[in-house]
Ligand binder design. Structure first.
Ligand code: FAD
Length: 401
């Protein structure tokens, strides 16, 4: 069987894995990233690049090149919750970019892959699926891989599982996340965007329904929030009833909503909120969704994955360059990142529960909760909301390279 040796092997070429690969390569660490797919061109998986990530791109000296790629700038999030208008205003953030950049995730990942490929110590192996762990005594010393040309083993000083919310490596390492439950699901689909439509993220919650619209240039990426496992019941009501709900929430004329012609155009996001309390084993670390699946509320999953990568690179690059990472250093990554993950999930779970208990499936006028009324009333609260969404708790900065 073919064998490879590297200082760090990262399983998963999503936002967490590609950013960690780039940062470690830039810091002089020999790194291999495994991605089971041939390319990054996949279904919609969110495309929000928040101010905290843009700040990281600036710190890497990549911001100008990155913003030369096609994207939409969103400077505020706006919506109505029953009778209350709410928003988050990014214009006062203490960062270089006071906006969210909307860019297809595959463009973002292609960009990271191209930048990382400038370093001879970086290797991205596409169509390479991590299938199991290599162990030596109590330590994980690498990974078994299914490659187009056959089976392969990669021996590594550190194996990072950045293989997403269904992480198989996490399970193989015996790490089990605590599930916090999610009483909602999201249906994603597109509607045409026309001249004169606003350039914003819009949201509306009323009369038992809720929806967000993301500006994607010539179309709106729409997310309809439904009760957990509620898709089958919606299908029984029929597409016409769903279109009527969408017309009510968007205010778009029926003709525009006819563009949604078939249930096949709708993708279900089964919402999960979970996290590991221990992120590591000797020689092994989980980051990104593999360590914590986030609710879509606030659209922060990509950015938390990036922040994990920055923290991991800052804390581990010197040890990886020196040849061996110990458990104490791995534990330090989780210790640093658990606080922002916990705080963000706490807010998300509170909002999800409110939606499920007081909004979804309850016809009649929707009443906004007191905190939202305060946010609507005072600019200071709107700025605070923008800070939590745009920067997150404990933003990371690139300190190596
Ligand atoms: C429909 C949908 C909409 C979303 N919307 C948003 C949004 O608007 N904003 C936001 O911030 N977040 C959003 N998210 C969440 C966001 O996509 C994730 O939080 C983020 O991508 C996590 O990054 P990651 O790198 O940890 O994992 P992932 O992005 O899941 O990447 C994991 C990678 O590992 C690869 N992989 C898996 N198993 C293996 C294996 N065994 N071997 C090799 N490779 C493997 C996968 O192919 C994938 O490329 C959305 C998610 C979904 C599903």
């Amino acid at each position: 069987m073919a064998a490879l040796v590297t200082a760090c092997c990262i399983a998963g070429g999503g936002p967490a894995g590609m950013m960690l690969g780039l940062l470690l390569a830039r810091a002089g660490v020999e790194v291999v990233v495994l991605e089971k797919h041939a390319d990054f061109l996949r279904d919609f998986r969110g495309d929000t690049i928040h101010p905290s990530t843009l700040e990281v791109m600036h710190e890497l000296g990549l911001l100008e090149r990155f913003l030369a790629l096609p994207h939409q700038k969103v400077e505020s999030l706006n919506g109505r919750f029953g009778d209350v208008a709410f928003g988050a205003d990014f214009s006062h953030l203490p960062t270089r970019c006071r906006f969210i950049a909307f860019m297809p995730q595959w463009d973002f990942l292609d960009f990271l892959a191209e930048e990382a490929a400038r370093y001879p110590n970086f290797r991205l192996l596409r169509r390479h699926k991590a299938t199991g762990l290599l162990r030596d005594g109590g330590r994980i010393v690498g990974v078994k891989v299914k490659a187009p040309e056959g089976r392969l083993v990669i021996r590594s000083g550190l194996l990072v599982a950045a293989d997403g919310r269904h992480s198989e490596l996490r399970a193989a390492a015996g790490l089990v996340p605590t599930d916090f439950g999610a009483p909602i699901d999201v249906l994603w689909f597109r509607l045409p965007r026309l001249e004169g439509d606003p350039h914003q993220v819009l949201g509306r919650f009323d009369a038992g329904k809720g929806m967000v619209l993301l500006d994607r240039g010539d179309y709106w990426q729409c997310g309809l929030i439904i009760e957990k496992d509620g898709l089958e019941a919606l299908k029984r009501r029929g597409l016409a009833a769903l279109r009527a709900d969408i017309a009510f929430l968007t205010g778009f004329p029926a003709a525009r909503i006819e563009a949604l012609a078939d249930w096949n155009e709708i993708r279900l996001l089964s919402v999960q909120v979970n996290r590991l309390s221990t992120w590591h084993r000797p020689g092994f670390l989980c980051i990104g969704d593999a360590a914590h699946a986030m609710s879509p509320i606030g659209g922060v999953g990509i950015n938390l994955a990036i922040q994990d990568a920055v923290a991991a690179a800052n804390l581990l690059a010197p040890a990886l360059r020196a040849g061996r990472v110990d458990e104490r250093q791995l534990a330090a990554v989780a210790a640093r990142r658990l606080f922002p993950v916990r705080m963000t999930q706490r807010i998300q779970v509170g909002m999800q529960n409110y939606l499920a208990r007081h909004v979804l499936g309850r016809p009649g006028p929707t009443r906004a909760p007191l905190p939202l009324r305060l946010f609507a009333r005072y600019a200071l609260f709107r700025r605070l909301a923008a800070r939590v969404v745009g920067m997150g708790f404990r933003p990371e900065h690139v300190r190596i390279g």
